[in-house]
Design a protein around this ligand. Structure first.
Ligand SMILES: Cc1cc2nc3c(=O)[nH]c(=O)nc-3n(C[C@H](O)[C@H](O)[C@H](O)COP(=O)(O)OP(=O)(O)OC[C@H]3O[C@@H](n4cnc5c(N)ncnc54)[C@H](O)[C@@H]3O)c2cc1C
Length: 388
């Protein structure tokens, strides 16, 4: 099938191709274009479905804790996100958040933390969330102020988090808070906070253009055992960055999935739509548009899977992952816009796949490092060591 042709590229192994073919069939039957006005119920259902089918095992690390590998295989993660995003944005969201939310535990959890959470995350029985951003600390995340003070054998959390995906439906949140070992980034630790912990509340649900569970959180004298800290005190910021490092390339893959779906929709429309005695696709102007869309998609795919492959070889992917995210998310926005244009008025009708994609792609250019942040990362890497 055309959508999986790139799996023949040398970045992939036979196991990736076999995985992609099985997931493709499953996604086409089980989650294609799923929607529900109750996004909470839908996301809960999707997490469960993805868990029962075994797909979530690719989003957690540790074979003995339900994962398929000890280190998350970036190419598997990317292939999964690309396929799920092409079929249904919320299925991709549910998959990705299980990985991102439990990522710090996969990377640095104690044996007890891993045993308690990862098998349930992998089975879709516990929903995970990643709570880093704050109202005054988004791109400049090291400026976070939520406190995580150690008091004997407890950590006491006080402060706010915002834009937390799965906020309101998660069973546990990995919360990054200022524990004060040092000023700035080295004074942040990561803590597991279970839903229902006294002093922890969801203060607002946030409605966005492509709805998914999203919330503001508040912690008021919220006490958790120090044993809920992931890694050593003061290692939280590094851990957050390491987690994002795993998942950043997969955001590019999700964007790629959205772009491929837009391409499929655009091609179908252009070849069917009659006008001026021929079809829309017969016009060279349309062919130029389609050619640009296809080229943008392939460029993004090459950058995405280069970064995924390099990461799986154990290489540092700071710049390659940033390039992949930048090119794939910005490119997907252009591809989707062009596809919508091919639909004319029909493209802006609520519920049309291209209209949905047009809304869904937008936040990928903002979260896990906005485009400008990716540009800064690439620039910094280019200039590193050049001196002056
Ligand atoms: C749908 C959605 C889901 C999210 N889910 C989560 C989640 O689960 N957990 C979590 O912790 N966070 C989450 N976030 C938060 C996300 O990571 C932040 O929105 C993002 O980091 C940007 O922070 P901000 O919104 O505060 O924007 P700001 O930091 O205020 O940035 C605004 C804009 O400034 C520009 N900019 C940033 N830095 C620079 C610079 N150095 N130079 C020039 N321009 C710059 C960018 O264009 C950016 O979009 C989510 C956000 C969205 C929209």
């Amino acid at each position: 099938m055309r959508a999986l042709e790139h799996l023949r590229w040398p970045f992939f192994e036979e196991r990736h191709r076999a995985f992609a073919a099985t997931l493709e069939t499953w996604a086409a039957h089980e989650v294609r274009d799923v929607h529900d006005t109750d996004v909470d119920a839908l996301c809960r259902r999707l997490v469960r479905q993805l868990g029962v089918a075994g797909w979530l095992r690719h989003a957690v690390g540790g074979i003995e804790h339900g994962g398929t590998a000890d280190l998350i295989d970036t190419r598997m993660l990317c292939v999964a996100r690309e396929i799920l995003a092409r079929h249904a944005g919320l299925a991709d969201f549910a998959f990705a958040m299980q990985g991102l939310g439990s990522g710090a535990i996969s990377l640095a959890g104690t044996p007890e933390q891993r045993q308690r959470w990862l098998p349930r995350v992998a089975r879709g029985e516990a929903i995970a969330a990643f709570a880093l951003s704050e109202p005054e600390a988004g791109s400049d995340v090291a400026a976070l102020t939520c406190a995580g003070r150690i008091d004997g054998d407890q950590a006491v959390l006080d402060g706010e988090k915002t834009w937390i995906s799965n906020g309101g439906i998660a069973d546990f949140y990995v919360v990054f808070a200022r524990s004060g070992e040092a000023p700035g980034a080295p004074g942040i630790s990561a803590f597991i906070v279970e839903a229902g912990t006294p002093g922890f509340e969801i203060t607002e649900r946030i409605d966005v253009i492509a709805p998914h569970p999203l919330a503001k959180l508040r912690f008021t004298n919220c006490r958790v055992p120090v044993s809920n800290r992931i890694g050593a005190g003061g290692e939280g910021f590094k851990l957050a960055m390491r987690t994002l490092d795993v998942f950043r390339t997969s955001v590019a893959a999700a964007a790629l999935g959205f772009a491929r779906r837009a391409m499929e929709e655009g091609l179908a429309r252009a070849t069917k739509r009659k006008m001026f005695g021929q079809t829309l696709a017969d016009f060279q102007l349309t062919q130029a548009k389609l050619a640009q869309m296809a080229t943008t998609i392939d460029s993004a795919a090459l950058l995405t899977y280069r970064a995924a492959w390099q990461r799986d070889q154990g290489e540092s992917v700071t710049a390659p992952a940033a390039m992949a995210k930048l090119a794939a998310t910005e490119g997907a926005q252009q591809v989707i816009d062009a596809a919508l244009q091919l639909f004319g008025g029909l493209g802006v009708v609520s519920g049309q796949p291209v209209e949905r994609l047009y809304r869904e792609i937008r936040s990928l250019r903002i979260y896990e490092g906005a485009t400008e942040v990716q540009q800064l990362i690439i620039g910094r890497e280019l200039l590193k060591g050049l001196g002056g």
